[in-house]
Design a protein around this ligand. Structure first.
Ligand code: FAD
Length: 403
């Protein structure tokens, strides 16, 4: 879909994708923004949680059903679903452009959020796990982090899985797992060969949340990210799963985790930030033109103009970077390091743009009826979740210094 020649930018949205983006923009304006005041005032929304679960908690089933129908009718539902399964089969570039639109508001829009690694399902796993997720009947969570294993999961992971006949027995504790209590399938990493660890000794298992060996402290861990906690401690106590609970191959779990992180927690952080930054800019331009001090709108003051200009510069630079890396991923390039770059700058630049926008709004910037502080908290959080800024810099430096 990217007509690339020497004279054209590395990324080019096709007319089809532009049309999907325009529809997305209209849905955001007509359907989601009117729901925003109720969403922000609710004490039920949560961070990092599947769109339909979040929407249902805040607005109830009727709104979920209506938005799901719109999503299916307009072709957004299958944006992450591969063509062979009846989905849109969209490129990463197209997904980035569309997700940017939906991140203009914190009100979530339902679509089939299919983890890229779930396409490693084989045989019966396809009907048991992949299809129900594509159809929206089941949801997943990703369990890598442990109380003593965050930045260095390969070296520090303690959760073990041991073979017993034709079963695996998992023991250990995972922590900070987003949506664990609300998901149906926990994609959990466990050490299966302590000598090899991240080099072939970690395996990914698909565990039903209702497995009697899984216990979750459903109170969750309260954070500043939302009124309802949505990160959990998950204990695996002699949790028995069949052999075919292994996703991919035995020993491939660490690289599957990296594959998931590269797309869902790094590259897609670009559009997640861009939508919020664009909203912050639009709100700031409008506010600054109508807010009068000392006889003139604050938009006439250079101190405010420079903040607006700085937000705009960050948006343009981040969009160019994100779309370029997405197009390179579509061209088959290994973009693990470049995705780390997108995560790093989208979260750091995103937070500084929201900081400017809050400042431009004065006291109103701190009012919870506006989405600005929520956006700020999401972007500031993302400098930690999914791999900290320090770890992203470490990955980039590692590539620079490699022989
Ligand atoms: C809201 C939220 C949602 C989350 N969701 C999930 C989830 O769904 N699934 C999941 O598996 N995990 C999840 N996490 C966990 C998250 O990915 C980890 O918290 C993150 O990777 C950091 O690990 P840590 O907290 O153990 O920090 P630590 O590893 O203890 O690091 C502490 C500090 O030291 C720095 N540091 C560490 N090593 C180095 C180094 N070598 N050089 C320089 N600095 C270093 C870090 O950057 C950080 O600043 C979530 C976390 C939060 C807060």
């Amino acid at each position: 879909m990217n007509a690339m020649t020497d004279n054209e930018p590395a990324f080019q949205l096709s007319p089809d994708v532009q049309a999907i983006c325009e529809t997305a923009r209209r849905i955001v304006r007509d359907e989601l923004l009117p729901l925003e005041p109720q969403y922000l005032a609710s004490d039920k929304h949560a961070y990092g949680i599947k769109e339909t679960v979040n929407l249902k908690a805040v607005f109830g089933k009727e709104v979920v059903d209506r938005l799901t129908k719109i999503s299916k009718d307009t072709g957004h539902w299958g944006l992450m679903v591969h063509e062979e399964y009846g989905g849109a089969g969209l490129s990463m570039l197209a997904q980035c452009a569309i997700l940017e639109e939906f991140n203009y508001t914190p009100v979530p829009f339902p679509f089939a959020s299919v983890p890229n690694i779930l396409y490693a399902c084989k045989g019966d796993q396809v009907d048991r796990y992949l299809r129900p997720v594509m159809e929206g009947d089941k949801t997943t969570s990703f369990a890598q982090t442990e109380p003593n294993a965050g930045s260095d999961p390969g070296g520090m992971m303690q959760t073990r899985a041991v073979r017993d006949g034709n079963e695996w027995v998992i023991n250990g504790t995972k922590m900070w797992i987003s949506m664990a209590a609300e998901s149906d399938i926990i994609m959990v990493q466990a050490v299966t060969d302590p000598d090899k660890r991240q080099r072939g000794g970690i395996t990914m298992f698909l565990v039903d949340r209702n497995n009697p060996g899984v216990s979750i402290d459903t109170k969750g861990i309260p954070t500043w990210l939302g009124p309802k906690p949505s990160q959990y401690i998950v204990n695996f106590n002699d949790c028995r799963v069949p052999e075919d609970a292994v996703l991919g191959e035995v020993g491939s779990g660490f690289s599957l985790g990296q594959k998931w992180l590269t797309i869902h927690d790094r590259l897609l952080r670009g559009p997640y930030a861009l939508g919020k930054m664009q909203r912050a800019l639009d709100m700031s331009v409008e506010w600054s033109k109508q807010r009068v001090t000392f006889g003139k709108p604050i938009s006439t003051r250079q101190a405010i103009q420079w903040k607006l200009a700085d937000i705009y510069i960050d948006i343009e630079a981040l969009r160019a970077l994100t779309y370029t890396i997405a197009a390179r991923a579509d061209a088959g390039e290994d973009v693990r390091t470049e995705a780390a770059l997108v995560k790093l700058v989208s979260t750091e630049w995103g937070a500084r743009c929201l900081d400017h926008a809050i400042q431009i709004h004065g006291a109103m910037g701190e009012a919870l009826e506006l989405p600005l502080t929520l956006f700020y908290r999401y972007l500031r959080h993302a400098q930690i979740g999914g791999g900290t800024s320090e770890i992203q810099r470490m990955l980039i430096a590692r590539k620079l210094l490699a022989d």
